[in-house]
Each structure stands twice: as C-alpha cells, then as structure tokens.
Ligand binder design. Sequence first.
Ligand code: TIU
Length: 226
Amino acid sequence: MRAIAAKPFAFELSLKKPALIIIDMQRDFLEPGGFGAALGNNVSLAAACIPAVQALLNTARELQLPIIHTRECHKADLSDCPPYKLKRGSAALRIGDAGPMGRILIDGEPGNAIIASLAPMDGELELTKPGKGAFYNTQLQDYLQQRGIEDLIFAGVTTEVCVQTSMREANDRGYRCLLVEEATASYFPEFKTACINMLVAQGGIVGWAAGLAQTLDGLQKAYGHE
Ligand code: TIU
C-alpha cells in the first residue's frame, strides 16, 4: 500500500501527489526581536523544528511535490489588520511598530522573511496571509483547486495557532491533512502535544499526524524512482 504510518490510522497516498504546506517559518516567529518574542515567548522553542522542516522540504523538492510557504503579515498601512489584533500583546512592541528586524509583522520587512535555510525556490508558492489560517483572505483555495490537489502535508509554526487553524480550514474544505510531528513546534510544548491529540482524536476528526521518518519513508516509497 502507498501510505504513511500515522495516527489514528495509515494516511493513504494516491497517485495525485500531496502538497507540502509550510506555515509561517518566518523570522518574526523564530528569531529574537520579532512578533513571537514581542508576545513574550521563548522563540528557541519554535526554532527547534527547523531541521525537521528542512528534511521534509528537501524530500518534497526531490519528489517534486507542490510546495507552499506561508507568511503571516499585514499591509504597511495596516488596513488588513483587525483592531483587536493590533491591541493585543505587549504595548511596547505591537504589529506595525519598528523593531530590531523592521516593522513587526509587516509584509516586506526583514523580520517578515522566511528564514534563509527554508527560503522558497522558483516554482514554489509564497503566500501572504493576514490571519492565522492560510485560507482566510488568500488565493490558496483557487491555487489548490486549479492543480487538483486533494491532500496536504503540514509543517511549521506554531502548532496550536496558525498550523491548527490552517489545518481545520483545509479539513472543512475537503482536503485530507497530515501533520508531521517533528516539523511543527509551539512556544508551549504541552499545547503542541494537546493539539496533535485533538486533531487526530475521534477517528481523525481534523486529520492525521505522523513522525518525520514515517512521512519521508512513505513519500519515498510512493513517489521515488518514478
Ligand atoms: N503566537 C503564536 O503562537 N502564533 C502566531 O501568532 N502565529 C502563528 O502561529 N504563525
């Protein structure tokens, strides 16, 4: 069987390749001085997943899977940022304020870039999103439908915020979703564990979760040496 060993049961791989969607591996969330740190978090906890995301990305490139990278960001005039979102977090450093890596969470600023080791390559979609979910106010649904993509493999940060929101949005739109456990991280390890348990509970109410080794093995067996 072409499948990835996963929870709550095997994730079958069809002839149509799944897309890899990497959520918000941007400096804002992974390096000191960005939005994640401004919210009071220890960003090294999120950065711990970088090597696993790299391994997944390398395999997806080798096997020519469609690849999508998202960035959470707002327009320079903040017209796409809800007032409540602006007011939350630390008063000292809010969205749009000047920080050590440029204006916090603003499209095009140095801190908003995807980290160099995971930088998108030609042919990969780099998707800006104003919300936590990757479908809200973006062209993602059109992009996936135009290519007939039915299955999504998720990685990125943070597990219980942007990754979970995007996975739930995708599940409601009919995509089968697999989250790769080592390739996602949270500032709160206990939230990551609870989130994965929630997603796969009740027979996979939102989707599947699998280890990195199982995912790479399943993908190689299904799509390698074609
Ligand atoms: N704060 C937090 O955990 N996450 C976010 O604000 N955005 C994403 O998850 N990308």
